[in-house]
Design a protein around this ligand. Structure first.
Ligand SMILES: Cc1cc2nc3c(=O)[nH]c(=O)nc-3n(C[C@H](O)[C@H](O)[C@H](O)COP(=O)(O)OP(=O)(O)OC[C@H]3O[C@@H](n4cnc5c(N)ncnc54)[C@H](O)[C@@H]3O)c2cc1C
Length: 458
């Protein structure tokens, strides 16, 4: 329970504008993209590592839950204060501290918005590949805590593949630095990798060291139109089999195309039941060669292809892709957005089996996403205020997960567990693995103060 004395100590530490307990402010930090709401008792805005250390020490003494928060764009409730307590926002920890052009690294604070980092790197001819569709507002801290991915993961991997080291504050206020500015490091356990994807449950990141790449000289974008979801899935499997490695292979189904047309005003195609948005990169001749190869494979499985004639058309296609998630909000009062992953060769099977659930439950199930990784956003469109529709949606979600696990897949490729996937964890993880997770949590956070109630850890 947050008491007046605790608030006074926080105020002394952070100053009048470094903390708020006003209900209208607390409300702004009570939700994320899940549409669930939990009100914190206090929100703080530290500006440096020392302040985070002090905050963590005070919370430890008073046994107050601490919830790290970036932009609050998570889809599984990771930044929600489900047990009350103090939300610690990273919005004032938002500096790019150093871009090292000699070593191709960048040191950032966790509140840096992902697209801002990309722009800063690109201005120097450098490249930070992870590109979640939320990159215009999500933060690097949130990306590291969720191990975020994006369309470019097909060729370049996910956030984890770019994190070289982390400065983090532990519950109680102790600080650790994992990793360093080197490309190889095998001294001891890989704590950096353990922290990546830890969903704010092990430590609060205060600085993050990332790897950069040279910016690819040029990109090319191709749109492939298909007469069914399954056919589009076949094309993905065929591209992977063909040994061509595009930068991105994004799938969009009819429902998502329709939502973007109606609510974002972008009309990609009026007929297609499924489309693939494919990007390749490299030197100009390589790009041409890759585009020809991808078009050939898509046409062989029955698709119709079109190469974007210039950057403006390519940008418009990507704008449509990024507009899907916000557009779907208008399709039904509640969307349950799952982000399953299956082996890429089994994507056509997964799409067909999920499509069959639409008929069984009488609810639209809209699919889109990072098909090149076998990672599909499956959106069950429902209304949580209608008990019948809500219960059907829950059953549909369980079936979707059952199909996924049966095909050798995983419940989440990007969004993590948070609170929403906890009921389904046992479908994928054995009791022994869960026991190990809890043991690790207990070592980092013996009082269970850091982001409690998440990931099935208690
Ligand atoms: C429209 C839309 C599109 C999206 N597209 C994608 C996509 O393509 N790929 C993808 O992976 N995700 C996507 N997401 C989900 C979301 O944007 C990502 O999970 C993102 O990484 C969350 O970042 P955030 O800054 O909003 O973090 P939050 O939602 O604020 O927090 C997420 C988790 O990170 C923890 N955290 C935040 N900062 C720290 C820190 N400094 N130290 C320790 N823990 C911390 C929080 O406690 C929480 O558990 C999308 C979301 C939306 C709304």
């Amino acid at each position: 329970m947050v008491k007046g004395a605790f608030i006074r100590r926080l105020r002394k530490l952070l100053g009048e504008d470094g903390i708020t307990t006003r209900v209208e402010d607390l409300l702004c930090y009570s939700f994320d993209a899940t549409q669930e709401e939990y009100l914190p008792q206090v929100v703080t805005f530290p500006q440096n590592t020392q302040q985070v250390q002090e905050l963590m020490r005070l919370a430890w003494e008073e046994e107050i839950p601490i919830i790290p928060r970036g932009a609050g764009s998570g889809f599984t409730g990771g930044s929600l204060p489900v047990k009350g307590g103090m939300v610690v926002s990273t919005e004032r920890l938002n500096r790019i501290l150093e871009i090292d052009e000699e070593n191709l690294t960048v040191l950032v604070e966790p509140g840096v918005v992902t697209a801002k980092l990309q722009q800063a790197a690109e201005a120097l001819g450098l490249f930070y590949p992870p590109d979640p569709a939320s990159m215009e507002f999500c933060t690097i801290g949130g990306n590291v805590a969720e191990n975020a991915g994006g369309p470019r993961a097909v060729k370049y991997g996910v956030t984890r593949d770019y994190v070289l080291g982390i400065e983090a504050v532990l519950p109680g206020g102790g600080m650790i630095i994992t990793g360093r500015k080197v490309m190889k490091d095998v001294v001891g356990y890989d704590l950096t990798r353990l922290l990546v994807g830890s969903e704010g449950t092990l430590a609060f990141f205060t600085k993050i060291l990332l790897k950069l790449l040279p910016l690819p000289p040029t990109t090319g974008t191709l749109l492939a139109l298909f007469s069914s979801r399954e056919q589009a899935g076949d094309a993905v499997a065929a591209i992977i089999r063909s040994r061509i490695l595009p930068t991105a292979i994004e799938f969009i189904d009819r429902g998502a195309l329709e939502a973007v047309r109606r609510y974002a005003g972008i009309d990609i195609d009026a007929q297609a039941q499924g489309v693939l948005l494919i990007e390749v990169d490299g030197e100009e001749d390589v790009v041409m060669h890759l585009l020809e190869g991808v078009a050939r494979v898509c046409e062989q499985v029955g698709g119709i292809t079109r190469v974007a004639k210039d950057q403006a058309e390519a940008q418009e296609l990507w704008r449509a892709r990024r507009a899907i998630s916000p557009s779907l909000v208008h399709v039904a009062p509640t969307k349950i957005n799952e982000d399953i992953v299956v082996p890429r060769s089994l994507l056509p099977q997964a799409l067909a089996r999920i499509e069959a659930l639409e008929g069984r439950y009488g609810l639209p199930i809209i699919c889109y996403g990072h098909a090149g990784d076998g990672n599909i956003h499956v959106n069950v469109m429902t209304d949580r205020r209608d008990p019948e529709k809500w219960s059907k949606a829950q059953e549909a979600v369980r079936d979707i997960f059952a199909i996924t696990v049966e095909l050798g897949g995983t419940l989440s490729g990007e969004h993590g567990v948070g609170i929403t996937k906890v009921p389904y964890l046992s479908m994928e993880l054995s009791p022994r693995v869960m026991q190990l997770f809890k043991g690790i949590k207990g070592i980092f956070d013996p009082k269970n103060l850091l982001n409690p109630g998440k990931m099935g850890l208690g």
